[in-house]
Design a protein around this ligand. Structure first.
Ligand SMILES: Nc1nc2c(ncn2[C@@H]2O[C@H](COP(=O)(O)O[C@H]3[C@@H](O)[C@H](n4cnc5c(=O)[nH]c(N)nc54)O[C@@H]3COP(=O)(O)O)[C@@H](O)[C@H]2O)c(=O)[nH]1
Length: 740
C-alpha cells in the first residue's frame, strides 16, 4: 500500500471509531450499560484521535516508525485516561470527546494547510470541522449539535473533494515530474494533431520556453514545414494493424526559430478513456549525427588528398549517370594513373609519395569545373567524372580534359625536399557509349588507361570495344602465367645472327616460347606485355638469362665457342637493384666471358628511368657485357640515346628492312642509320631480313650483321648446332672491318 493510501485507512479507522463511540453513547443503556459505555467511548475517542493523527502524519509524509510503535501504547493509555475521566464525571463525555476530536482535527487541518498548496482545501475543511467540534465542546447545546451534525456532513463532503483534488494534483505533479525528468522530448497528441501533454525538454527542443506553451497547439504550429496531411498520415500509422511499436523515424525538423534539429521520433499508440492518442518521444540526435557525419566523411574522403575516395566516387558517378539518363546527356570518366609513382615512393619514401599525390590531386582539381568530380581511386590512380555533357560530345571533352591533365602533370613537382618529374596516363570511357553503370565505365576507362600506358606513358586513349577483349585476354593470360615456370611450360628458341659479309654465325638471339597447358602455344607478343604489367617479367627474365647462359655454356664446349648470345631485357629487370649481380653470377656459373652476352633493350626502356638505366648500363658495360638497342627507329628515336647510354649494337627495325627493296624512303633511312652507326662506332644488326635482295642491299650498305627468316627462323638448340656446322666452313668473320 502506498503512503498516500495509508492515510485514508487511518483516517477511516479514526472516523469509524468516533462515529461508533457517538452511536454507542446515543443508544445509551439499551446497548451498553455504564460503566462499559464510558470505557467504549473513551477508547473510541483514543482510537479516533490516534487515527486522525496517524492518517495526517501519513498524508504529509512525516510518520516515522517510532511513531507507529507509540500508537498502540498511546491508544491504550489515552483510552484508559478518557474512560477514567468519563467514569469520574459522565457529563464531561460529550464536550470532552468533541474537544479531543476537535483539537485533533484542527491540528490536522493546520498541518495540511501549511504543508502544500494543493492540501489547502482539505486542511481548511478539517480546521472547520475541528472548529465546529470545539464550539460543540464549549456550548454543548442541542441546536448547536444539530447544526454541527449538518455542518460536519457538508464539511466531510468538502474534505472528500479536497482530498480528491489533492490526490489528483499529486498524481498530475508526479506524472509531470516523471516526464520532465526524461532526457528526451515527450508529447502526446490527439488524432487531430493537438498537443495534450508535453514535457519541458520537448518545449526546449522545439524552441519554446515552457511545456505549457505547447499544450493545445497543433503539431503544425510547432513545426512550420509540417502540413496537416503529413500530421494526419503520421497518426494513421498507429491505427494500422500488425505494426511493431514504437515506430522509429529519423528526421531533420525545421523549427519555428529557423533552426534545424536532427531527431529520432519514437511513436507509440496511447489509449485514454477509449480514445487513441499518439505518444511521441523526440530524441535529439545532433551529437550522434555529428559523429555519424564524421564517420561518413571519413568513409568517403581520401585521407591523403582530401578528395573523394573510391566509395564516394561510385555513389557520385551513379548519381551523375542517373541524371544523365534522365536528361539525355553524356558523361566522361577519366582514369588517371601517375607514371612512375612507385619509384617515387621507393626512392624518396612514403612522405614524398603522399606529397606528390596531394600536389597532383590539387593540380587536377584546378583543371576541373565545379560540377566535375575528382576522386583518388587508390594508389596512384585518380578518377575524374565530367558529368552533364551534350550528346555526342563526351569523348572529345574527355580527350581535351585528358590532354590538359597530361600537360599539367608534365610540369614537374616541387616537393618539400625533392623536385620530381612525373607524368600521367589517362584512359577515357564515356556514358552511354562505353557503359551505362559506374562499374563498367570505370573498368573500361582503366582498360583504356592501360592502353595509354602501353603506348608509351603520358598518353591518353579513349576506350573502344576491342580493348575490352584484349584486357580479358590479358586477364586469362595473367592467370595462366602464374605457375607456368614451375610447370616447365617455357623454353627458348634461338635465332641466328650472321655476319653480313661472310655469312658466318656470329650471334644468337634467345627468344622465349610458352606452351601453356591451359591455352596451348601463346606467342610472346601476347604474354610478354601481360608479364610486364604484372611484374612477372622479372621472374621470367631471370629464367631466360639463366637458361640462355646455360645453353651458351653448353655450346661453348663445341663449335660455338666464339658466338655471342643476346637476350631481351625489360625495363622492370633493369630497375631491379640486383640485376647486375644476377648477370655476373649467371656468367660465372656458366663459365662465360662477359663479351659473350649481349642484352637487348628497347628505346622505351632507356627513357623509363634514364638516370638509373644509365647507371646500370654503365656497370654492365664495365663488366664487359654488350648492350644492344633493339627495334631502332620505331620508338622515341632520340639520337642522344646513342651517345648517352653505353651501347655497342644498334638493331635496325624490321619495319625499315621490309621495304628496303621497294621504298626509296626506307632505303634512305636504313642507309642513314647505318652511316650514323658507323660514325658512332656501333655494330649494326638488320632485323627481319626475309629475302636475298634485302641481305644484298644491307651488306652493300655496310650493315655488319643480318637476322631474319632469310637466314634462319628461331629454332631449338639442336637445330641451331646443325645450322652452325653448315656455316663453319664459311670464311672467318672479318672482325677488323667493324671492330668496336
Ligand atoms: N623481354 C623479353 N622479350 C622477349 C623475349 N623473347 C621474345 N621477346 C619479345 O617478344 C616479341 C616477339 O618475339 P618473337 O615472336 O619471338 O619474334 C621474334 C622473331 O621471331 C621475329 N623475327 C625474326 N626474324 C624475322 C623475320 O624475318 N620476319 C618476321 N616477321 N619476324 C622475324 O622478331 C622477333 C625478335 O625481335 P627482337 O626481339 O626485336 O629482335 C619481340 O619483341 C621480342 O623481343 C624474352 O625472353 N624477353
Amino acid at each position: 500500500m502506498q503512503r498516500k493510501e495509508k492515510h485514508a485507512l487511518f483516517w477511516g479507522i479514526g472516523q469509524l471509531a468516533v462515529m461508533s463511540g457517538s452511536a454507542v453513547w446515543l443508544l445509551g443503556d439499551f446497548l451498553l450499560p455504564i460503566p462499559w459505555r464510558f470505557y467504549f467511548c473513551g477508547f473510541s475517542l483514543a482510537i479516533g484521535m490516534a487515527g486522525y493523527w496517524a492518517g495526517t502524519q501519513f498524508f504529509i509524509g512525516k510518520l516515522r516508525s517510532m511513531h507507529m510503535r507509540l500508537l498502540i501504547p498511546g491508544i491504550i493509555s489515552g483510552g484508559l485516561i478518557f474512560s477514567l475521566l468519563w467514569n469520574t464525571n459522565g457529563s464531561w463525555l460529550v464536550p470532552g470527546s468533541a474537544l479531543g476530536i476537535g483539537l485533533m482535527m484542527f491540528w490536522a487541518g493546520l498541518r495540511l494547510f501549511a504543508v502544500e498548496h494543493r492540501y489547502r482545501i482539505l486542511g481548511l475543511t478539517l480546521m472547520l470541522r475541528g472548529g465546529f467540534n470545539l464550539i460543540i465542546a464549549a456550548t454543548f447545546q442541542t441546536e448547536v449539535y444539530v447544526a454541527w451534525f449538518i455542518g460536519s456532513g457538508c464539511l466531510k463532503v468538502l474534505s472528500m473533494l479536497g482530498l480528491v483534488y489533492a490526490v489528483q494534483d499529486e498524481i498530475q505533479q508526479r506524472y509531470a515530474r516523471t516526464i520532465d525528468s526524461l532526457s528526451h522530448g515527450f508529447l502526446i497528441r490527439d488524432r487531430r494533431g493537438y498537443v495534450h501533454v508535453a514535457n519541458e525538454r520537448c518545449a526546449r527542443l522545439l524552441g519554446f520556453n515552457t511545456a505549457q506553451e505547447l499544450i493545445g497547439l497543433h503539431v503544425c504550429d510547432l513545426l512550420p514545414h509540417l502540413t496537416r496531411d503529413m500530421a494526419d498520415q503520421y497518426f494513421r500509422r498507429f491505427e494500422a494493424e500488425g505494426v511493431q511499436y514504437p515506430i522509429a523515424d529519423t528526421a531533420v525538423m525545421r523549427l519555428r526559430n529557423g533552426n534545424s534539429l536532427p531527431v529520432e521520433l519514437l511513436g507509440s499508440p496511447y489509449i485514454e478513456r477509449g480514445r487513441l492518442y499518439c505518444l511521441v518521444q523526440l530524441l535529439d540526435i545532433s551529437e550522434r549525427k555529428k559523429k555519424d557525419d564524421l564517420l561518413y566523411q571519413a568513409a568517403r574522403i581520401d585521407s591523403i588528398t582530401g578528395f573523394f575516395n573510391r566509395y564516394a566516387l561510385t555513389a557520385r558517378l551513379t548519381q551523375a549517370l542517373e541524371q544523365a539518363a534522365a536528361d539525355g546527356r553524356e558523361c566522361a570518366v577519366l582514369f588517371i594513373d601517375l607514371d612512375k609513382f612507385k619509384r617515387v615512393n621507393d626512392s624518396f619514401g612514403h612522405a614524398a609519395g603522399d606529397e606528390l599525390l596531394r600536389t597532383a590531386a590539387n593540380r587536377l582539381h584546378g583543371l576541373l569545373r565545379p560540377q566535375d568530380v575528382l576522386a583518388r581511386f587508390g594508389g596512384d590512380e585518380f578518377i575524374v567524372v565530367i558529368p552533364d555533357l551534350p550528346p555526342g560530345s563526351a569523348a572529345q571533352m574527355g580527350v581535351d580534359c585528358a590532354v590538359a591533365i597530361i600537360n599539367a602533370m608534365r610540369k614537374g613537382f616541387e616537393l618539400s625536399y625533392h623536385t620530381i618529374s612525373a607524368s600521367a596516363s589517362v584512359g577515357i570511357a564515356c556514358y552511354p557509349n562505353h557503359g551505362s553503370d559506374s562499374e563498367t565505365l570505370i573498368r573500361n576507362a582503366d582498360i583504356a588507361m592501360y592502353e595509354a600506358k602501353k603506348a608509351g606513358r603520358a598518353e591518353q586513349r579513349v576506350f573502344y570495344d576491342a580493348m575490352n577483349a584484349a584486357a580479358k585476354d590479358g586477364l586469362v593470360i595473367d592467370g595462366a602465367l602464374r605457375g607456368a615456370i614451375e610447370a616447365n611450360e617455357f623454353h627458348l628458341v634461338y635465332q641466328a645472327i650472321t655476319n653480313a659479309h661472310t655469312g658466318k654465325l656470329t650471334k644468337v638471339e634467345a627468344l622465349l616460347r610458352w606452351h601453356s597447358s591451359l591455352l596451348g602455344p601463346v606467342p610472346p607478343d601476347r604474354f610478354i606485355p601481360v608479364a610486364e604489367d604484372s611484374g612477372m617479367i622479372i621472374e621470367l627474365g631471370t629464367w631466360v638469362l639463366e637458361q640462355a647462359c646455360r645453353q651458351m655454356g653448353a655450346w661453348k664446349q663445341g663449335t660455338l665457342d666464339d658466338v655471342t648470345i643476346s637476350i631481351n631485357v625489360s625495363a622492370w629487370q633493369l630497375a631491379d637493384p640486383g640485376f647486375v649481380k644476377l648477370v655476373s653470377q649467371a656468367l660465372i656459373r656458366n663459365d662465360l666471358a662477359p663479351h659473350q652476352l649481349e642484352l637487348e633493350l628497347t628505346e622505351r626502356v632507356l627513357i623509363e628511368d634514364a638516370a638509373n638505366v644509365q647507371a646500370v648500363l654503365g656497370q654492365l658495360r664495365a663488366l664487359g657485357v654488350g648492350i644492344s638497342l633493339d627495334d631502332f627507329g620505331t620508338g622515341y628515336s632520340s639520337l642522344s640515346y646513342l651517345t648517352q647510354f653505353h651501347l655497342n649494337t644498334l638493331k635496325i627495325d624490321r619495319a625499315f628492312v621490309m621495304d628496303i627493296e621497294h621504298s626509296e624512303r626506307s632505303n634512305n633511312l636504313v642507309h642513314a642509320i647505318i652511316a650514323m652507326g658507323h660514325s658512332l662506332g656501333l655494330q649494326l644488326v638488320a632485323e627481319g631480313v626475309e629475302t636475298a635482295g634485302q641481305a644484298a642491299i644491307l651488306e652493300k650498305m655496310g650493315c655488319h650483321y643480318l637476322q631474319g627468316y632469310h637466314i634462319s627462323r628461331p629454332i631449338p638448340p639442336a637445330e641451331l648446332l646443325r645450322f652452325a656446322d653448315q656455316r663453319i666452313s664459311m670464311a672467318p668473320a672479318p672482325h677488323g672491318d667493324f671492330a668496336i
